[in-house]
Design a protein around this ligand. Structure first.
Ligand code: PMP
Length: 379
C-alpha cells in the first residue's frame, strides 16, 4: 500500500442513505479522543441522552445509542423484547419486516407475518384484527419502509397492543426527524433508529429507546438475553440508567461526538421545523417529477413516506443508466429499488442535512436529463 493521503470523491448522496453528514458533525468527529469512562466523555453521553429524548419526544430514562448501524438497533430490539418460544407479529410490507422476522427466528421466536402489499401499510383495523387473532408477545412495525417508500401510521397502535399485553417495537431508521414521532404520546415500548439518515451523521450508532413497558419486559424476562453485545441490562448500565457506570464495551468515542453535534443541530432547528422542511421538499419534488411524467410507486398519498421517495420506472426506460448518468454528470446519487421494488423504482432520499432545495433541484435536473437522453417523452 502506498503512503499517500486517502482520496475520496465529493458526492451528493440522495439515495435512501447514508446521506451526507453535516460539516459540523464531521468536524466534531476529528476532536481528540477521551477515555470511554472519563467524566468529560460521560457528560457528552448525558447530553446525547437529552438530545435523544427530544428527538423521540419521550421522558423515558432508558435511552441510549447502540454501537453499530440500524441493524444493531434491530437486533437489540429483538434480543431484548422477545423471549424464546414467544410469538412476534411482524408488519410485513417490505424488506425490513422480513429482516426482523429472520432475526426473531434466530432468537427462537415464533413469527407470524401480517402481510400487506408493497407500497401500502397496515391500517389500524387490520392491526387490531391480527392482534386479537394471534395475541402476540411483540408487534413489529416499520414507520418508514425504505424499500417501498411506505409510511406506517403509529397513532392508536399502542392502545390496541395494551389490550393483549403486546410490546410494540418500531423501526424509525429512515423516518425519525423527517416525520412526526411521539414516543410517549403514542405509547411506544421500544424503538430504534439510525444515525446516517435524517440525523446527518455517519453510520455507526443506532439511537434506541425503551418505554416503561419495554423496560418492565426486560426486567421480567425469564431467560438471559442471548446476545452479550446487545444486552440492554448491560448497555443501559454503561449509559448511567441505573445510577452507576458499568464497562460493557468501549463507547464509539469519535462517532458519538458526531451524534452529539447532530442532536444539537436538530434541537436548534426544532422538530416541527425539521418535519416541515422535509415535507415541503417532498411535495415540491413530486410536483416537478410529475411534470416529467413520473409517478409515485406508493399510490395512496396517506402512505407516502416523505424521507424516502419511490418513483416508478416508466416502461422502456433503463433505470440503471439514469442512475449512472446522474452520478457521472452531476455527482448525485439516485438509487434503484430494493427487495419487492428491485428493478421497478428509483429511490430518492430527502433526509437531514441533504434536505435542501439545491439538492432536490439537482435530482430533478438529473431525472430530466436522464429521461431526455433515453428519448422518454412524458404523456
Ligand atoms: N431499517 C430501515 C427502515 C432502513 O432503511 C435501514 C437501512 N437502509 C435499516 C433498518 C438498517 O440500517 P443499517 O443499514 O444502518 O444497518
Amino acid at each position: 500500500m502506498k503512503d499517500t493521503p486517502i482520496q475520496v470523491p465529493q458526492r451528493i448522496l440522495m439515495g435512501p442513505g447514508p446521506g451526507n453528514a453535516h460539516p459540523r458533525v464531521l468536524a466534531a468527529q476529528s476532536l481528540p479522543l477521551l477515555g470511554h469512562l472519563h467524566p468529560p466523555f460521560l457528560a457528552i453521553m448525558d447530553e446525547i441522552q437529552d438530545g435523544l429524548r427530544y428527538m423521540f419526544q419521550t421522558k423515558s430514562k432508558y435511552v441510549c445509542l447502540i454501537s453499530g448501524t440500524g441493524h444493531a438497533g434491530m437486533e437489540a430490539a429483538i434480543a431484548n423484547m422477545l423471549e424464546p418460544g414467544e410469538t412476534i407479529l411482524v408488519g410485513n410490507n417490505g424488506i425490513w419486516g422480513q429482516r426482523i422476522a429472520d432475526l426473531a427466528e434466530r432468537y427462537g421466536g415464533k413469527v407470524i407475518s401480517a402481510e400487506v402489499p408493497a407500497g401500502a401499510a397496515l391500517s389500524l383495523p387490520k392491526i387490531k384484527d391480527e392482534l386479537a387473532k394471534h395475541k402476540p408477545a411483540v408487534l413489529f412495525l416499520c414507520q418508514g419502509e425504505s424499500s417501498t417508500g411506505a409510511h406506517q401510521n403509529l397513532a392508536g397502535v399502542a392502545e390496541a397492543c395494551r389490550a393483549h399485553d403486546t410490546i410494540l417495537v418500531v423501526d424509525t431508521v429512515c423516518s425519525l426527524g423527517a416525520v412526526p414521532f411521539y414516543g410517549d404520546a403514542w405509547g411506544i415500548d421500544c424503538m430504534y433508529s439510525g444515525s446516517q439518515k435524517v440525523l446527518g451523521a455517519p453510520p455507526g450508532a443506532a439511537p434506541f429507546m425503551l418505554g416503561e413497558r419495554g423496560f418492565k419486559k426486560l426486567q421480567n424476562r425469564k431467560t438471559k438475553v442471548a446476545s452479550y453485545n446487545f444486552d440492554l441490562n448491560l448497555i443501559l448500565d454503561y449509559w448511567g440508567c441505573f445510577g452507576k457506570r458499568f464497562y460493557h464495551h468501549t463507547g464509539m468515542i469519535s462517532n458519538w461526538y458526531g451524534i452529539r453535534e447532530a442532536l444539537a443541530i436538530a434541537s436548534a432547528e426544532g422538530l416541527e421545523a425539521m418535519w416541515a422542511r422535509h415535507r415541503k421538499l417532498h411535495l415540491y419534488m413530486w410536483e416537478e417529477l410529475s411534470k416529467l411524467g413520473l409517478e409515485p410507486f406508493v399510490e395512496k398519498e396517506q402512505y407516502r413516506l416523505v424521507s424516502v421517495n419511490t418513483i416508478k420506472v416508466p416502461e422502456g426506460v433503463d433505470a440503471l443508466a439514469l442512475c449512472k448518468n446522474a452520478m457521472d454528470k452531476y455527482s448525485v446519487e439516485i438509487a434503484g429499488g430494493l427487495g419487492p421494488t428491485a428493478g421497478k423504482v428509483w429511490r430518492v432520499g430527502i433526509m437531514g442535512y441533504n434536505a435542501q432545495l439545491a439538492n432536490v433541484e439537482l435530482v430533478i435536473t438529473a431525472f430530466r436529463d436522464g429521461l431526455k437522453q433515453q428519448g422518454y417523452k412524458s404523456r
